[in-house]
Design a protein around this ligand. Structure first.
Ligand SMILES: C[S@@+](CC[C@H](N)C(=O)[O-])C[C@H]1O[C@@H](n2cnc3c(N)ncnc32)[C@H](O)[C@@H]1O
Length: 245
């Protein structure tokens, strides 16, 4: 037990690792335990930062913030992500660690589809509205599910552009044989991947408008791709919007 009386995360982690190394562990249980082991790592990163900011708000008021940027850092932006090399390691499902009405701009691409909907996605949109100044903007890019679905009637072949641009490096490449496999990846990409978080919800332009409008934003418009800010490899097959508070 930890001092708070809660079961120890370290003990749980050791027990999970022991069960995972047992050859008798079934595939289904191992999948669930790998997901739990990954969440335990993220929980540790999050609470290491949370100890410095126990009320869940950092002191600084960065004007521009990138969320879920991974290795793609943007000059002049304060980067928040679950994992290094971010400026702050934070689990955004727990809220955005910024003060009310403190930030001019939030940028994220290929992040939103990795958090659960509706709970975390709606919480994130409301939190973005809370931390932005009046007139502040949040720019959001995601894989365009409408685009993937529109390609469904076409056959898949070796020169398929979607595979070439999105999936050539995937371990599962040999199992992507049909157009429906590509549709599945928009919804489930990186499922059971030891390093990356999976896709948990798919978005199109309409869904992004609905999400940010419901959170209180006054306008949600298409965003013109700017390669000085966005990751150039995300341009193809993504949908971006800019929502203004
Ligand atoms: C597919 S990567 C995209 C990275 C970058 N935006 C790009 O387009 O190259 C998704 C990123 O979201 C981050 N992420 C996923 N869930 C998160 C969460 N709950 N809180 C903070 N970051 C998260 C991951 O750690 C990862 O860096």
């Amino acid at each position: 037990m930890s001092p708070s009386g809660m079961p120890s995360i370290d003990l749980l982690s050791r027990q999970i690792n022991a069960v995972l190394t047992d050859p008798a562990t079934t595939h289904g249980l191992a999948r669930s335990l790998r997901a739990a082991a990954k969440e335990i790592d993220l929980h540790r990163h999050h609470h290491a930062s949370r100890r410095a900011w126990p009320n869940g708000r950092i002191d600084d008021k960065p004007a521009k913030v990138q969320i879920g940027g991974g290795a793609h850092r943007i000059d002049g932006f304060f980067n928040i992500d679950l994992v290094p090399p971010a400026d702050l390691l934070w689990d955004i499902r727990e809220g955005i660690p910024l003060q009310d009405d403190s930030t001019d701009e939030i940028f994220s691409e290929h992040f939103l589809e990795h958090i659960d909907y509706p709970r975390s996605a709606k919480h994130y949109a409301r939190e973005a509205h809370r931390v932005l100044v009046r007139g502040g903007r949040i720019i959001t890019g995601v894989p365009d599910a409408a685009f993937a679905l529109s390609q469904y009637p076409d056959p898949v072949d070796d020169s398929d552009e979607t595979i070439a641009r999105w999936y050539t490096k995937r371990d599962c490449r040999a199992d992507i044989n049909t157009r429906l496999d590509l549709v599945n990846l928009v919804f489930r990409d990186q499922d059971d991947d030891p390093a990356y978080t999976p896709h948990l919800w798919a978005y199109d332009h309409e869904k992004l408008i609905q999400l940010f409008t419901e959170a209180g934003f006054t306008s949600v418009e298409p965003w013109t791709f700017d390669p000085t800010m966005a990751n150039p490899k995300r341009r193809w097959g993504s949908v971006y919007v800019v929502a203004t508070k």
